[in-house]
Ligand binder design. Sequence first.
Ligand SMILES: [Zn+2]
Ligand SMILES: [Zn+2]
Length: 338
Amino acid sequence: MITATVKSKVNEDICVLACPDNHGYSYMFDCGMASLLTVGDVMKLKALFVTHTHIDHFANFDFVIRNRAGSRDPVIICGPLGIASNVEGRFQSYTWNLIGKKRSYFEVREIVDSETVEIYRLCPPQWKKSLIKVQNNEVLFENEQVTVSHCILDHKIPSIAYRMAEKNTVKIHELPFAPGPWVAQLKDAYLQGDMERDIKTTSGIIKAKDLFYTLKEQPGYSMGFAMDHLGGGNNHRLLVSFFRNVDELFIESFFRQVDLDYAIRHHHSTAYLSGVLAREASVKRLNLVHHSRRYLGEVSDVIEEGMAAFENRSPNFSKAPISRYSEALPDVETEEVQ
Ligand SMILES: [Zn+2]
Ligand SMILES: [Zn+2]
């Protein structure tokens, strides 16, 4: 199980923290202004996944630097083309004469295109990016408990969608002999695909393959995260396939369908389109997040719009939707719409 929590209040930006059970690490998805994020959350941060570096998705990165710059455990930052320079730029905006050449470092995995990821390292006290290696067609992030894959969306700039999945687990559903250390050995043989391993059971030595019938593989919990992207078209097709059957999805609902023209002009989606996408992908639980501040007085209706589309029913609004982006309003959107 992965417990994912939105750390930004509704009038703030977007930041989600994911904590797999029985696992000391946390994983952060985007790092916009988020007053619910604590020092404790950041102290156990293993990796940060950034969709893109518009300010409402990256403004709080200083909080990560502030609490982890001297840490022995590296923070791994994954993000779109240019992320290594963005991270370096933030470090370069401070003076580091009081920090020695510690063994700590930050690692950046920059998604250059659909096949290529460049790995950079930034070390104190200069914190200059240095290219370590180039990966082709490899999984973006993997450790003993989770795997994170990605796809690239169109938001006029690349915006990365992420899918985090716990590794499958194996449970024993039938005990043919008295339990003992052999159960763990058998599970390990199964996960390694080692059919011929000799398992010392409490009733003698048996080949692993002859005991595999006692095991059942359980799929790990999976969650998706997709923020700013152009609704419909290719992005829609890509995400329906990428998020197929995820247990939980966090997705943007920056605009309402009544402002679809405006959403398209700014390469965004709508609450309705995100709800349709989640339904077509057979997502189990939907979280509609990241709303324009113009809808602050009607956020429950924004969410209702998307949830009704997800559940394939008529929406039950508290008041009829009206456009908050009519041409009559002054053109201040370049500051707000990111
Ligand atoms: Zn945004
Ligand atoms: Zn954006």
